[in-house]
Design a protein around this ligand. Structure first.
Ligand code: GLN
Length: 277
């Protein structure tokens, strides 16, 4: 997208949305223009003729070009909201998805002790751990990730938000110090290596290590379910996100590991999304 003159925000948004295409072109364009101008999205609607200066137009056009190449809006903004928390994101971790908020909801409905010990495995940006810490100040929330950049990012997000989450580097349970938890929760990688969706859209710009788990997408869920019983306190819970066609297979893995009260629940799009036990 090119322009070397000042333009009204409505004209800019219209042109950009037509170029961006995809599922949410207008929203994407508004988020990018808001980022560049520092003005709210509602101000664009209230004042569509407002002129955007040449320098801001140039910066906006450059971002629109990157969006057209497929770069996720969250990467261009450097931020993504999860559970109403503004989280810094980088290309080293998965961009938090709204569906993962279902895991947070499920956790908050559990009858856990006042100072429950909680572990978010493969925390990435820290999204799940930080959401839980923001809702339950009494819980002792720990998080881990095998990727050093994710450990640093989750730590930075915790500091920025002033939330007491401790983050450690660990390949699932392998490098964690001894100890057990009342709740273990995770959004692990669960996509099959040959899934065609990996070659399409925003997901191309996210790390494969956060998405892909072997030939059937279940390699990491196998490791987590196998390791969880030894790390759960008596009466503790495990909550895992998974693909919408993996509910039965994941329930079997929970049961094989000796977990009881196993149940698969759906996301906001009414597709199987998490299993709890
Ligand atoms: N739900 C994500 C997607 O479909 C994948 C998240 C994950 O693998 N944990 O892009």
């Amino acid at each position: 997208m090119m322009s070397d003159s000042a333009l009204s925000c409505e004209a800019l948004l219209k042109d950009a949305a037509a170029l961006i295409g995809g599922e949410t072109p207008r929203l994407d364009a508004e988020l990018l223009l808001s980022h560049v101008t520092g003005s709210s999205r509602t101000s664009f609607r209230a004042w569509p003729d407002r002129e955007v200066g040449v320098v801001e137009v140039a910066r906006f056009c450059a971002l629109v070009d990157q969006r057209c190449e497929g770069h996720p809006v969250a990467h261009l903004l450097g931020e993504q909201e999860f559970w109403s928390l503004p989280l810094k994101v980088t290309p080293f971790t998965l961009i938090p998805r709204p569906d993962t908020e279902c895991l947070v909801e499920a956790a908050l409905l559990l009858d856990l002790p006042e100072s429950a010990k909680v572990l978010d495995l493969g925390t990435g940006t820290g999204a799940i751990a930080l959401a839980l810490a923001s809702e339950r100040p009494g819980w002792q929330v720990a998080a881990c990730d095998a990727v050093t950049e994710a450990v640093d990012l989750a730590t930075e997000n915790a500091t920025r938000l002033g939330l007491p989450v401790t983050v450690a580097r660990s390949d699932w349970f392998a490098d964690l110090p001894a100890g057990s938890f009342d709740l273990i929760i995770s959004n692990p990688p669960y996509i099959a290596g040959n899934d065609v969706h990996l070659a399409e859209g925003d997901v191309r710009f996210e790390p494969e290590s956060a998405l892909v788990a072997g030939d059937d997408g279940l390699d990491d869920i196998r490791r987590i379910t196998a390791g969880a019983p030894a790390r759960l306190s008596a009466g503790g819970w495990l909550i895992l996100e998974h693909g919408y066609e993996q509910g039965e297979a994941v329930q079997r893995l929970f049961s094989n590991a000796g977990l009881t009260d196993v149940e698969t629940r759906q996301d906001y799009g009414r597709r199987d999304r998490l299993t709890i036990g």
